[in-house]
Design a protein around this ligand. Structure first.
Ligand code: AMP
Length: 264
């Protein structure tokens, strides 16, 4: 097994060309884990980002209008629309050559069937995050997306310059579907339509669980405390009233260790 950081280059070589799915409910940190996988050279393909880009770049097309109707309610966009957009990305040379991390897809059994009939998936990473840790970021609206290229950011994945996209310089705006009603709907759809086919992946022997545990927590400062409201947030309040948030560095190390164990 390789040792973290000292052998980062070895890990990059080991994961090159791998096809990985990130699986987990909305707000579980797929975006952040994608960033960690991107740092290893994998191409990030996110169905939500691809859909938002389509709507943004081609707002008058029937397809965009239809997709946006579903997205703003937090409903699932019809399979035929999403499948075409995602498969078109996966067939690009950069994905074939470097491998990819798939974020937000598949979300229905039909999507999973098309994907598996066309692509040999190496690994499904299940981000097994307890419900109480989900969605603070979503509900509080700390996520933002670029108006031009739809790249997503959050308070944990900030751009170099606040409000400006690192990739293309576009302005960052809050996502239209980040509000309490749509997140409830998205969680419900995850339970009803997405979670159930994880067992199909398990039967193929390609699932690894990346759980989040209390040991990943660390204390954070007061500015965050002020943002924490209600029951649903990205973090926890301990007995002394101190806010905690997930330790992203710790998560990254555990993710890389898991990949090293699997692929080297
Ligand atoms: P996300 O950025 O993954 O949270 O996705 C934002 C929205 O895009 C979702 O709430 C859906 O409306 C739509 N969407 C993204 N991926 C899919 C998918 N695989 N199937 C259907 N709809 C999707």
């Amino acid at each position: 097994m390789i040792v973290f950081m000292e052998n980062l280059e070895k890990l990059k070589a080991a994961v090159r060309g791998k096809k990985i799915i990130l699986f987990g409910p909305p707000g579980c940190g797929k975006g952040n884990r994608s960033r960690d996988l991107r740092a290893l050279g994998l191409v990030h393909v996110a169905s939500g980002i691809a859909l938002r880009a389509k709507v943004r770049n081609d707002p008058d097309s029937e397809l965009s209008k239809k997709a946006f109707e579903f997205m703003k309610r937090g409903d699932l966009v019809p399979d035929e629309i999403v499948v075409n957009i995602v498969m078109e990305h996966l067939n690009r040379e950069e994905c074939q050559k470097n491998g990819f991390v798939l974020d937000g897809f598949p979300r229905t059994k039909a999507q999973a069937e098309v994907l598996f009939s066309q692509v040999d998936i190496d690994l499904v990473l299940h981000l097994d995050v307890p419900r109480k840790f989900l969605a603070y970021g979503v509900v509080e609206g700390h996520r933002r997306a670029c108006v031009d290229c739809a790249t997503g950011y959050s308070d944990f994945d900030t751009p170099e310059v606040e409000g400006v996209c690192d990739k293309c310089g576009g302005s960052l705006v809050r996502r239209a579907d980040d509000n309490t009603e749509t997140i409830e709907n998205r969680l419900k759809l995850y339970d009803e339509q997405t979670k159930s086919f994880l067992q199909d992946f398990e039967a193929k022997g390609i699932v690894e669980v990346l759980p989040i545990t209390v040991s990943d927590d660390e204390e954070i400062d007061d500015t965050y405390l002020k943002k924490l409201k209600g029951e649903v947030y990205w973090g926890q309040t301990d007995k002394g009233g101190k806010a905690r948030m997930l330790n992203f560095e710790g998560m990254r190390k555990r993710l890389y260790k898991l990949l090293a164990e699997k692929f080297t």
